[in-house]
Design a protein around this ligand. Sequence first.
Ligand SMILES: Nc1ncnc2c1ncn2[C@@H]1O[C@H](COP(=O)(O)OP(=O)(O)OP(=O)(O)O)[C@@H](O)[C@H]1O
Length: 698
Amino acid sequence: MRHRSISRKLLFPADFELPPRSLPTGNSKLDPETIYEAWLASRQIPGQKNSYLVPGAPRPLTLENARLALFVTRTCTFDFLRILWGLNPLRTTLMMALNIVRSLFPAVRGYSQALIVDELQGLVASDSFTWSRLAYLISSEVFRRLIEGCLDSFATSNENTVLGSARFFIEYKQMEQRVRLDVPTMADPTVRALLQESDLFARSFGGGGFGMLSPLDFIHIFSLMTEIASHLILIVSLTHGPFYFGILSLSIFSTMLPLVLSWFSCSRDQTESPASAKEARASDRQERLRNLAYSDIHRPEIALFGLGDWILKSWSSARKVVLASEQPSYARKTSIIDQFSLVELVYAVQNLPLLLLFQSSSASLGSLTVYHTSIQGLVYAFRNLVTTTRMAFQGIFLMSAFTASMKLKPVLNPKHEDMAPFTPVHGGVSISAKGLTYTYPGSSEPALKNVNFSLEAGETLAIVGYNGSGKSTLAKILLRIDDYDKGSLLVNGLDIRRYHPAEYHSHLSAVFQGFSKFSTTVKENVGLGNVEKIGYRQAIETAIHLAEADTLVQSLPNGLKTMLETPGFESFSYPTLVNNDYLSQRHGLSGGEWQRIALARAFMRANEPGVDLLLFDEPTSSLDAHAQNQIFETLEKISRTPTGERRKTIIFITHRLSTARRADKVAMMENGTISEFGSHDELIRKNGSYASLYNASV
Ligand SMILES: Nc1ncnc2c1ncn2[C@@H]1O[C@H](COP(=O)(O)OP(=O)(O)OP(=O)(O)O)[C@@H](O)[C@H]1O
């Protein structure tokens, strides 16, 4: 695919290193070595150690940040623009050329209008006026406007096409990276901030969302400079000699004055606005509260606990802090009278050179018109240039976030030289855990402490224990969804860290405690367990049958095609022009019914020959006793060959201890560790924690 091959060159360089999680100490703010370091340094709040701007906050215009912007520009901007150019070379070149041509329009417009004014002046001043000449000038002006209009609309549609392909490319890369990154990588707050800014960068392609600059507007900076040059040429051609030179200097001074004034007010504003930690906290809080108010998943509890007023009150106080910080400094510090007199002063100074020029006898009305329009055009173009450059300044840091995020490597991926292929062993997978310890990021207490156990290939293990004892955490580590901090974990005799997670995952199937409820059809909810077979009705029906969900699916209004209703964010939506009522009508399911769908999804893959480990976290917690027994019978059946030989290892977590006795081994978990390990009978004989839990449950 074209996008892929082009992007690999720049965005996934050979070393593909995971950036450091925090900035090394020292002068790295001024001497970043990587784009990631430059991005992180630009977020540092001046004068506040280890405090960072919230994602998306504008960077203050400081000397350090200007140097960082320069570093980013040098390191990746031109490569980045070259990649975008590579997506659509002809149209991008055309876009650049048209932008330059368009930048000449205002000067040509002024000149053409001046010719007409001169002709009209001739009409007023003398009798020898020729109507044909005026008609010629007016028709060429109409023609010029026509050409201008056509070029404008062509340039706009061409630019939209270029932006469209650039946007697709960026969004594609974002999506690609999002689906690659694993749970531990995403748990890092700095990584999340990086991805948030990278998202803003992608959105900026959609016409400057959040007031951000599209990176292709770097071209606009160039065309604005051309426009300024064309105005200057016209102005200079009208002003010769020392007298005119004085007028010209005054013109340039008066042009620059408002910009200098606004620049000062803006830089003062910028150094003040985003910096305070209080504002950063308020901004974060208002976003959280907004999400709380918008989210369907929290709606029942908001109603139940009457949280509406509290949310509104808390949001409005945080929002007020943010809005106050966003106010431009002149609005906070300068009175209306000050602003009014400033504007008046600027206009007065701008009119001065015009009056002086008018005094000179040689100036025609037309040249005065050109002069006046060019001066105004110059002011306008300068203003645009300043705004565009300031936006580009922010855009550069968002681009650095995008480029740095593309270099993120999933934490769980092994180094190339350490990677080992998954070698299947007869009967399932063997597992040996020694001293496994794990603490969740941000937690002070470890969730797993010194976990030891081993399991032969083809054995069945039941993990039981009290709430919060670490069962699901251990499951996530065994499934290589999460990593551990200390200890060792061997699967088929090899360190689990040496397997590529994607390859390892292809040899197992699982049901998670908090399984996903996708807002799509039953068919897809089940088929997603084995996407290669999502189009095979037979495979889906078999999985549904194994999960004891046939009756449920038959009872649904559109069978497999029934759209399921889910609260939450994991929704798929397939926009369609065809108004299929059954697609828009969604059907809710009970907790137990959803569990059957999740089991069917796991069975889509569990039955495959290459799948050696099945790990089910509380698979039957919401099922009735009959269905629960059926599910365990099915598990037993698919874990054996027709001749009764074991072929898959099964681990299940359960609070129903009657099911635990089905397993070959039982692991009793307490306070993050396995306190007892053995067969059901052994543990009952031991008369320890498992025995008392078992006796209490039967
Ligand atoms: N994402 C997380 N971040 C921080 N701490 C977590 C996270 N998930 C779980 N924990 C903590 O880790 C500990 C173990 O949780 P875990 O979910 O593994 O327990 P469990 O034995 O499966 O509990 P239950 O029987 O209620 O499902 C608990 O103290 C829990 O609060």
